[in-house]
Write a protein that binds this ligand. Structure first.
Ligand code: XLS
Ligand code: NI
Ligand code: NI
Length: 461
């Protein structure tokens, strides 16, 4: 696929206007300094944090430690604003649009300046976001190595770390029928070779996690699909990845990111409970956790926080792609989350499970195609970070006040004594429970008090 190969020499730059950005000390965001915490900022001060104070302690940990914010490379440094109906709108002055190594390096330098000025400690990427794909696997790996050299240097220089890496197994035409679920074993092998390299790179860059999102692991038509074969192949792929991880001594957590649809009509990793069921069916649940993206959760027909709640309840919540959809659109719009109620409910889950580390809150989000200024990139992240910082504080108040947790605990108190305790301990059986009902008759009706709980939450907002 020649269109995936670099279009000019490895070190070449497409024109004089881009050359100044090739210098190692080039500044990409002039006029924007390190973003500061300014709690008394006014409504239009959207280039300062008003809620996020990294060193402030909440429930025994700093905000930075609880929130573990991360910027994704794909949307923020590869997004062009193009949509299915329109051409690119976002002009990044350092990006000449070429598929060259030189352009890739400029983007990466711009990225690390952005992460540093924003004050986030983590970033995430797909292999093909950061380096061009070549004509052969060897060529692609060579380009990737060259960019990873620079990434390693920039990580060292800035202290920004890699929250997770992933492989793009969905954009290239070879993956049109899926990667590990492709009916063609040749494609399965290609995906395996690509992930092998991805894991080596992740290890080299000290990634704390590694993500698998099954973009095209699903089907469009059941008529041409053998679901059992595909799902089994996917499990074999994960097993091989896990074996290779151990072999090379990569210690990051493996995460699967559920999503019900888009680009395929039906994706096997439909939602949190589906993925947990899949992992348990194939005896992979000790080796994987979940990366939950709320926009995917809402696409699956659940409320915003649902998959975080479910994954956490099953001990499987590893990380969060903290974005949001647009409830009235119903596709993966990857917006920056700005709604305090959503962030509070998610942070309540994080707080209750004792933190999200070694995962984090990764902004798998893109600015709207109409938000064309460089400062919009900052404003978007700052707004979302503030929303999560506020959500953390609200969740902490809910916990320390204790009224809501106590009310929930009381709601289940029938399981701590008598027949409930026997159910809980596993001693009770159907005959005993039948006898209990014959002796005790109809249960009393107990109010679920939903409105009472909603009002209590609003008290803390
Ligand atoms: C797409 C996914 C993707 C993953 C990483 O909808 O969110 O961006 O996070 O492949
Ligand atoms: Ni995602
Ligand atoms: Ni997504």
């Amino acid at each position: 696929m020649s269109s995936f190969a670099p279009t000019s020499s490895d070190s070449g730059s497409a024109g004089a206007q881009y050359e100044k950005y090739d210098a190692p000390d080039a500044e990409f965001f002039p006029g924007i300094g390190k973003i500061e915490f300014k709690p008394d900022g006014g409504p239009a001060d959207t280039l300062v944090y008003k809620q996020y104070n990294p060193s402030e302690t909440v429930q025994g940990r700093t905000m930075e430690e609880w929130l573990r914010f991360s910027v994704c490379f794909w949307h923020t440094f590869r997004g062009t604003g193009a949509d299915p109906f329109g051409f690119p709108t976002l002009n990044r002055p350092w990006d000449d649009g070429s598929n060259t190594i030189a352009n890739a390096k400029r983007r990466l330098r711009a990225g690390f300046e952005f992460f540093s000025k924003l004050g986030v400690k983590y970033w995430t990427f797909h292999d093909r976001d950061i380096a061009p794909e070549g004509n052969t696997l060897e060529e692609s790996n060579k380009y990737l190595d060259e960019i990873v050299d620079l990434a390693e240097e920039l990580q060292k220089k800035t202290g920004v770390k890699l929250l997770w890496a992933t492989c793009n197994l969905f954009a290239h035409p070879r993956y049109m029928n899926g990667a590990s679920t492709n009916p063609d074993a040749h494609v399965f092998a290609y995906a395996a070779a690509q992930v092998k390299k991805g894991l080596e790179v992740a290890k080299r860059l000290g990634a704390e996690n590694f993500v698998f999102w099954g973009g095209r692991e699903g089907y469009h038509s059941i008529l041409n699909t053998n679901v059992k074969a595909e799902v089994t192949h996917m499990a074999k792929f994960f097993r091989m990845a896990s074996d290779y991880k151990k072999k090379i001594g990569f210690t990051g957590t493996f995460l699967i990111e559920p999503k019900p649809k888009e680009p395929t009509k039906h994706q096997y990793d439909y939602d949190a409970m589906t993925v947990i069921g899949f992992l348990k069916s194939f005896d992979l649940d000790k080796e994987f956790k979940l990366n939950i993206e709320p926009n995917h959760t809402t696409l699956a027909g659940h409320s915003y926080e649902h998959d975080c709640v479910v994954a956490s309840a099953m001990g499987m919540l590893g990380s969060i792609d903290s974005n949001t959809g647009s409830p009235d659109l119903g596709w993966d719009t990857d917006q920056f989350p700005m709604d305090y109620k959503n962030t509070s409910l998610v942070m309540k889950v994080v707080l209750d499970q004792g933190g999200i580390q070694p995962g984090g809150l990764n902004f798998d989000c893109k600015v709207r195609r109409e938000s064309t200024e460089l400062r919009d990139m900052f404003i978007a992240h700052i707004g979302a970070m503030d929303a999560f910082a506020r959500g953390l504080k609200i969740a902490a108040r809910v916990a320390s006040d204790g009224t809501i947790p106590k009310a929930v605990q009381d709601r289940y108190s029938s399981y701590s004594t008598g027949i409930g305790a026997r159910i809980e301990s596993g001693e009770a059986n159907f005959e005993e429970l039948e006898k209990y009902i014959i002796e005790n008759g109809e249960p009393q009706r107990v109010s679920g008090e939903q409105e009472h709980y909603e009002s209590m939450l609003n008290y803390f907002m």
